[in-house]
Every structure is written in C-alpha cells, then in structure tokens.
Ligand binder design. Structure first.
Ligand SMILES: Cc1cc2nc3c(=O)[nH]c(=O)nc-3n(C[C@H](O)[C@H](O)[C@H](O)COP(=O)(O)O)c2cc1C
Length: 388
C-alpha cells in the first residue's frame, strides 16, 4: 500500500527516503565539544532503523553557547574529521545526515540533566578552560536561579552570526546534507525574538522586525556558506510562555523563507523552567496544529514534532497536509527501529527496502513467518526457526 509517510521528499538537491526524522536530541556525551564512538553508534542506529533524516543533537557554534560542558561543538576545524565518520555511516545506512546548530545564550552553563540541570556558578569554559561568560540580548537572567548574562554588543552579535555561518561550512565539509538552525526553546535566537528577554533599544530590539533581525542574519550567514543545493531547516518555538504568538511565528517563517530557509521545525516553549510536561500533560501530537498553521500561513514546508508515537497518526499528519515531515524524539530512543515497525504496521509494500541488507534479509523472512503471534508461543507452531 502507498503511504505518504513512506513517500520520498525532495528538498533542493537532497532526497529523503521517507518523512520520518530523528529529532535533534542532546546526549551530553562529548568531551570539550568532541564527538566519540558513543555519537557514532547512537546516530548510526537510527539510520539502520529506517529513518529518512537523522539529526545530530544541538551542536554549538561557540563554546560559550554550550548548554552543558558535555555538548558537542563545531566552532573549530578540528571537529570536522571525527564528524565525517558519523555522516558516512548514516549515509551508508540509507539516511540523510543532518545537524542542528545552536547557541544557548543566557541558558548556557548548566549541569547535565542527571546532575540536576542546575545553573553552574563561575567555571572554566568548555574549550580552553577560559572563564565561561554568559551572554544574551539583555542583562536579564532566564530565571532568578540563573546568572545575569552580559548584554551582547553589536560586534558580539555580528560575530555570533558569523560563527553560525562558519559552523555551517564545517558541517558541509563533515558531510552533513541538512542543517537546522536552533531558534527555539529559550536559547539565544529565541531570546532575541521574545520581547521579555530582549529589551534592547538598538536595531536588534523593540519592534518584531528588529527582534527577528538576529534570526534573519543567522539564516543569511548560514546560506552564505551552506551549499545552494542543500536544505536549511529552522526550529521555532511556535508559541511560548512570554507572549510570542503563532502569528509572530508565521511572520518569522515568511521572512526566513525569503532568506533561504526551506523547512520550519515547529516546537514550542522553553522560555520558562516551570512549564513542563508534568504540569500540563501534552497530548499526542500537541504541537501538530502549529505545523499546520505555519505551513498554511507562510506557504513553507513544516516538520511536526512532539509526542508522535503511533504510525497511523504520523501517516495522518503528513497525509492531511499538517506537515511535510514528522520528527520523533523519545519514541525513537525507545525503539530506534520505529520506522521499520511503522512500515509493517501501515502495510507498506517492501517495508524493508532501503535498510541495511544485514537486517532486511532476516526481517523479511521473519515477517513471512508467524513469528510473534501470541498463539505461536503457546502452540509451538513457529514455521521459521531462524536458520543460522
Ligand atoms: C534527551 C533529549 C534531548 C533533546 N535535545 C534537543 C536538542 O538538542 N535540540 C532540540 O531542538 N530539541 C531537543 N530536544 C527536544 C526534542 O527534539 C523533541 O522536540 C521533543 O523531545 C518532543 O518530541 P518527542 O515527544 O518525540 O520526544 C531533546 C529532547 C530529549 C528527550
């Protein structure tokens, strides 16, 4: 059966084999910005599991922008060669390799989640042990527990936009085919967008147009270095806790589209530590309406994300035109082979095509047996003993 979720998507010169995307997820496993075998194994498994596009976690364009000391980095050329191993393996397993590029601004310098995700006091920087300074659009902390950031000068702003561009150049040299600019979750670009965190009186603050200026300059810098034929995504918090609205996101998406952005990845929130899932338990697909509204309002491709768990729901999101792509986070941590499972559940013809032969051959045989049906175990009627 033909299913939209498993139809290819062409964006510029890149073709994704299906619409399933591994959402960028920090794993807090790098050392001074450097990736290691963990990242290789972690990311390659998703490609072997059948995803169309595998995003590497939010990788920082500047050491001061690391959310924790264990973030991955792309602020210098030394990072390129180890990343190449990762992109090559992702591609060999049939997926497209993407990377999210970010800067945490005033939300930088926190401990890793399993150590409480608490703001850290003065401590050495991630790269060379230099003093780790927090910066932001204005000298306003994320919340009272956090340090007050230094208000960025115009030179700082120009340099950070250029750092995004340089990181995109390195991402290209490392073999990535998609870049996503992280403009969401209360991090630096989002801090500029929100009137609550940005109280500047220069051309980067005040009006919506001024607050969007950094986002646009980053998109332009990235496009300057990122090849014309390769797609550029931008993650927004479509709405947030400080008054940023879906209409603001639609306005931003229109400007970004005019500046070379191809896909808006539609998340939400991140401006407050209080608004967490446990307080307002989000429902399945709780952010899908944002993807639908931005897609219709700004005439741009969108990616839906957030508690997309069931294959028929994911297919429906694409099929009904709510989004062009669906991104899964925690569900893929739970089952990195979710796309293979989804293809079978949705009755896709040749559900194993495109995944590595070493899996496809045996899974094909398995699917033709009565493997896994409850009565099989009770009656011992399995007709496929595996063979090897
Ligand atoms: C462990 C973990 C790490 C995350 N790291 C990032 C990140 O690096 N960048 C980002 O934009 N979102 C990050 N997120 C958010 C996810 O990309 C995703 O938007 C969110 O988990 C909702 O999708 P889900 O319900 O499928 O998990 C992270 C989420 C988790 C669970």
């Amino acid at each position: 059966m033909q299913r939209m979720l498993f139809s290819p998507l062409h964006i510029r010169d890149i073709t994704l084999r299906n619409r399933i995307v591994v959402s960028p997820m920090l794993t807090y496993s790098a050392e001074r910005g450097h990736v290691n075998d963990w990242h290789l194994a972690h990311l390659a498994q998703f490609a072997a599991g059948g995803a169309g596009l595998v995003f590497m976690e939010s990788t920082k364009v500047d050491p001061a922008g690391c959310s924790t000391p264990r973030d991955t980095g792309l602020w210098k050329d030394d990072f390129i060669v180890p990343l190449k191993r990762i992109t090559e393996l992702i591609k060999r397993n049939g997926a497209v390799a993407g990377i999210q590029l970010g800067h945490s601004g005033r939300k930088a310098r926190r401990s890793v989640p399993w150590e409480g995700r608490v703001p850290m006091a003065h401590c050495p920087g991630v790269d060379r042990g230099e003093e780790w300074e927090l910066v932001g659009p204005s000298a306003i902390p994320h919340d009272p527990k956090y340090a007050v950031p230094r208000e960025m000068t115009r030179d700082d702003i120009r340099e950070v936009a250029e750092a995004w561009g340089e990181a995109a150049r390195r991402a290209n040299e490392a073999g990535f085919d998609v870049v996503e600019i992280h403009g969401a979750h209360g991090y630096l670009i989002h801090q500029f967008l929100s009137a609550a965190s940005n109280q500047r009186t220069d051309e980067y603050g005040g009006s919506l147009e001024n607050r969007m200026r950094l986002a646009v300059e980053v998109a332009r810098q990235v496009r300057k270095y990122w090849p014309e034929g390769k797609p550029l995504f931008f993650r927004v918090s479509a709405v947030d806790e400080t008054g940023w609205t879906i209409e603001d996101s639609i306005a931003l998406a229109k400007v970004l589209r005019a500046n070379g952005v191809d896909v808006i990845d539609c998340s939400s929130g991140g401006m407050s530590d209080g608004a967490v899932a446990s307080e307002c338990a989000p429902a399945y697909g709780y952010q899908v309406p944002y993807a639908r509204q931005i897609r219709a309002g700004a005439d741009i491709m969108t990616m839906a994300v957030g508690m997309i768990v069931h294959s028929d729901h994911a297919d429906d999101i694409v099929n009904t035109g709510s989004a062009d792509l669906v991104a899964l986070g925690r569900e893929l941590l739970h089952n990195p082979h979710w796309p293979i499972d989804a293809a079978q559940k949705l009755g896709v013809e040749s559900p194993f095509s495109g995944i590595p032969r070493a899996y496809a051959y045996f899974l094909e045989k398995r699917s033709k047996s009565n493997f896994g049906t409850p009565s099989t175990f009770q009656t011992g009627m399995r007709d496929d003993k595996g063979g090897e």
